[in-house]
Design a protein around this ligand. Sequence first.
Ligand code: ATR
Length: 291
Amino acid sequence: MRVEINGKTRVAGLLGDPVEHTLSPLIHNTIAEMMGMNVCYVPFRVSSQHLAGAVQGAFSLNILGLNVTVPHKQAVMDCVTELDPLAEKIGAVNTLVRKEEGYAGYNTDAYGFIRELAHEEIPIKGECAVILGAGGASRAVVYALAEEGIGRMYLLNRRKEKAEAVCDGVNKSYGKELMIPMAMEAYRDIPEKEVLAVQCTSVGLFPDCEKCVITDDAFYRKVYAGVDLIYKPLETMFMKLVRKNGGNAYNGLKMLLYQGVAAFELFTGEKVPEETAAAVYDRMCRELHYE
Ligand code: ATR
């Protein structure tokens, strides 16, 4: 049962624009309810021009913590008093945690992705990954994989120069040639025969469910596990192609779940039990009509 809002209620929330379709309130309020914690999570629609004022105001209002979404994940880095080293490398913040002087910025998208892989028992250390896309979501994924000791990554992007910029950053950061940039159509040149593939572009997102950046079965025959960061639809064209060619495929819903779980843990300092995360996941599926 929901804890009653009273004088001891702590407020957390989401800063974004738009925020109307977010699942974050469902994630956080369900966790709070199940853990019997007096925390209430609400969406705040904030335009870019008001972002700095919103963060300052949130601190004045004693708000416990905030998630940050499109279009503020980069800009909010100027509003924090501390920055987690991983968020700094990624160049984006999606979670603000209240400290003495202001908010500390974290990137729980990266933690969410690693927890999804751990949950699905997909190995990372020493493995080879192919990443499709070089935008914001891709940056969280590649730094997360680098932190977890991936052996090698190929980063494929429509505009190769963007892939080169991301690879340069990662290779400099880790002091080795961990990542190789490629144009999207160069996928035939990937020498490895067994790869983890991560789909980080926006192609295939509802309602364009029939689209995918690579459609050639020859590519998918190399893929033993494929993760699409998209979770609408439940099964994307990328996932269908992975499965058709014998690999296991996963959507981005667990990454979304675990980025929320990680944020809740940072806000409150309490560990969220796995059974609670599983119950939240069921509610997310119901909300999206994925039962
Ligand atoms: P996000 O924050 O979701 O990662 P983003 O930063 O806008 O969003 O990045 C979108 C990614 O999808 C980019 O890799 C983009 O490729 P470009 O850098 O070449 O633009 C990719 N993308 C979007 N539309 C695409 C399309 N029609 N074909 C191929 N890639 C596309």
